[in-house]
Design a protein around this ligand. Structure first.
Ligand SMILES: Nc1ncnc2c1ncn2[C@@H]1O[C@H](COP(=O)(O)OP(=O)(O)OP(=O)(O)O)[C@@H](O)[C@H]1O
Ligand SMILES: [Mg+2]
Length: 269
């Protein structure tokens, strides 16, 4: 496997006003790696992705994309390299699925009005077929179900031919069949096309099934990082989520069974 380093984050600090969210976070992402980022609600996962994209400025830290500080790169180059699907995927504008898909080609155009060429048409068709959204290309995006919209947004992201994909809870609106299908497509993209993927995911069992590497975040930094199969332990789950669970080994992966009757501390305390 090619282990080229795509993203290198060192000692990253982010805050909103006085509120500190990331406190010295370190993460390295390699080509051909599907890195699952896990952690409790509010621990800073989405803020991390937004900081990588440049929509939030860190107060301190190093953020290198293929060896170049992201702050020194022009937005078009970043858009050609990284595709992002935000956590709360909704669309305020009304447009056809097909038009949304073609927006994935914008990073490769000289301007928004440049006409599409054969490669654009081919890429849109190929990815839309792969993600099973081609049949709905004439439908208005406002009428899509949550899962259909999620698949359409993933298609648009792939149509831009990124080297790095940042996915913020991409399976949250999907039924189990589509969640597995989407994650299998992601796995294929990572393994066979050597994409690098950073995926925020709450479902520990899906994370264990698909993500080779994982990061558990706590207090705005990495609590533990390593092979997902090694870091999903009863002790780490307790430390990160404050949740008692049983971790069962089955066919080289883990099944996490939460226990009932946890004595949760108030989240506000
Ligand atoms: N624009 C903002 N202004 C002020 N506080 C913010 C802002 N965005 C996020 N926060 C706060 O920063 C903290 C981290 O938010 P973030 O969205 O990164 O968490 P998360 O780990 O993605 O959580 P979840 O799992 O619920 O999606 C939260 O306490 C949130 O309220
Ligand atoms: Mg989030």
């Amino acid at each position: 496997m090619n282990q080229q380093e795509c993203l290198n984050i060192q000692d990253l600090y982010v805050q909103y006003g006085d509120k500190k969210v990331l406190n010295g976070l370190n993460i390295t992402l390699h080509r051909g790696e599907m890195l699952g980022v896990l952690g409790a609600n509010g621990c800073g996962k989405s803020s991390l992705l937004k900081t990588i994209l440049g929509s939030i400025q860190p107060s301190k830290g190093i953020l290198n994309l293929f060896g170049t500080p992201i702050q020194q790169m022009n937005p078009k180059k970043i858009a050609q390299t990284i595709a992002y699907i935000p956590q709360h995927s909704s669309l305020s504008m009304s447009l056809r699925v097909e038009d949304l898909l073609y927006m994935g080609r914008y990073p490769h155009k000289s301007n928004l009005w440049a006409s599409h060429n054969e490669k654009d048409h081919q890429k849109v068709y190929e990815v839309a077929k792969l993600l099973n959204v081609w049949e709905m290309r004439h439908q208005n995006t406002q009428t899509l179900s949550g899962g259909e919209l999620q698949r359409t947004l993933l298609a648009r992201a792939l149509i831009s031919e990124p080297q790095i994909l940042l996915l913020d809870e991409p399976t949250s609106a999907l039924d189990l069949r589509y969640a597995i299908e989407i994650l299998e497509i992601c796995e294929h993209l990572v393994k066979d096309m050597h994409l690098a993927m950073l995926i925020v995911i709450h479902d520990l069992n899906l994370a264990s099934l698909f993500c080779g590497q994982g990061v558990l975040m706590r207090d705005g930094k990495v609590f533990v990082q390593g092979k997902m199969s090694e870091i999903l332990t009863t002790q780490n789950i307790q430390a990160v989520y404050g949740l008692e669970s049983e971790v069962i080994r089955h066919s080289n992966r883990h099944i996490i069974v939460p226990k009932k009757g946890n004595k949760f501390q108030s989240m506000a305390s």
